[in-house]
Design a protein around this ligand. Structure first.
Ligand code: ADP
Ligand code: NA
Length: 330
């Protein structure tokens, strides 16, 4: 390893990524690919923890990969692949299942949130153990850093615990990874309910900004974002959660600091912030959609990129698995 390793993944669940996925994770992936040995994947194994239609899953996996390229991932600077193309993920996951305590897995708050939505009888064991598959995803690549949103912090923490446990029980084998979470964009909130995070499963249609939607429709969502009864554009996460969320999104897209933005909007009301944000978003998303479409219009090229990615990923993954099997006594 001559450069730090970075690894992350995104679910293909609903085709289009949302703005939280992009600002919270994918944007950092693009930045980190330059100076790191970066592995990024579309985690289709994670998608089947909840019911999926085969045709849609296949299509959404491709759409997801195309969006990652559209967002700026460069196959010459990172390894982009589909999780199910690398069988070592499922193989190492079993080992991780046998190292993780039931109690410690039960403390994962995402499971509590998500399972509540489906009820006990329709909740799969896979949804419960998905953080353990994620432990395998990360450790297979000996990742130093995992760029994710705040909602994934707990899963990186448990990955660290299990890596240390394996290293102690057998002998030093795994790199203990750190989460890479940028404070400003770690938690993009729903535009209609700024108390909760923007999410494809929990947000209303109006609160969720999908990157592949018609930019005009998204612009409308920014313009009708829920704020508060005040008038002064200022940053206050408690009292002005909606405005603060819009300021953070603006800052991420424009590169201006929150302080600069507050000064910029002085004497103007929320409408000015919303209108400007709608324009900024449209300016960014239009070329993003064009680039994404180029990859979708050339299935052979997309296949080629993903095949090369899978091969590069397998080289690393198979080596780790071989070492692990040996240490365990297989
Ligand atoms: P979702 O959380 O919408 O189901 P994923 O689980 O595939 O999507 O998450 C992909 C990445 O996007 C993860 O790193 C996650 O932390 C990040 N992410 C998801 N929602 C948000 C959000 N509202 N704000 C910031 N990051 C987010
Ligand atoms: Na790189």
């Amino acid at each position: 390893k001559d450069r730090p390793r970075v690894l992350s993944g995104i679910q293909p669940t609903s085709g289009s990524f949302h703005l939280g996925n992009y600002l919270g994770a994918v944007r950092q992936w693009v930045d980190l690919q330059k100076d790191n040995d970066a592995f990024y994947m579309v985690v289709d194994l994670h998608a089947i923890t909840v019911p999926q239609d085969p045709k849609e899953l296949r299509e959404n996996t491709r759409i997801s990969a195309a969006q990652l390229l559209g967002a700026g991932l460069d196959p010459d600077h990172c390894t982009l692949f589909v999780q199910s193309h690398v069988p070592e993920h499922a193989q190492l996951a079993w080992v991780m299942n046998c190292l993780t305590g039931f109690g410690e897995a039960s403390r994962m708050t995402q499971f509590k949130d998500k399972s509540g939505r489906y009820g006990a009888e329709s909740t799969t064991v896979g949804l419960f153990t998905y953080p353990i598959l994620q432990i395998a995803d990360i450790l297979l690549y000996q990742a130093d850093a995992v760029p994710v949103g705040e909602d994934q912090r707990q899963h990186v923490e448990i990955t660290r615990d299990i890596a240390e446990r394996f290293n102690t029980r057998y002998r030093p084998t795994f790199t203990v990874p750190k989460p890479y979470i940028l404070k400003e964009t770690a938690k993009i909130q729903d535009l209609q309910d700024p108390a909760v995070k923007m999410s494809k499963s929990a947000s209303s249609a109006k609160g969720l900004v999908n990157l592949l939607d018609d930019p005009k429709a998204s612009a409308k969502k920014f313009k009708s974002a829920v704020t508060d009864t005040g008038t002064v554009v200022s940053y206050d996460e408690e009292e002005k959660a909606g405005v603060s969320n819009l300021l953070r999104i603006h800052s991420a897209l424009s590169g201006q600091s929150i302080d600069q933005l507050v000064a910029h909007f002085e004497g103007r009301m929320y409408g000015a912030l919303k209108t400007e944000l709608a324009e900024l978003f449209t300016e960014w998303v239009t070329p993003f959609q064009e680039r994404t479409r180029t990859y979708l219009d050339d299935p052979a090229e997309l296949d080629r990129v993903l095949a090369i990615g899978a091969e590069k990923a397998r080289e690393v993954a198979s080596q780790t698995l071989e070492t692990v099997y040996d240490r365990i006594g297989f």
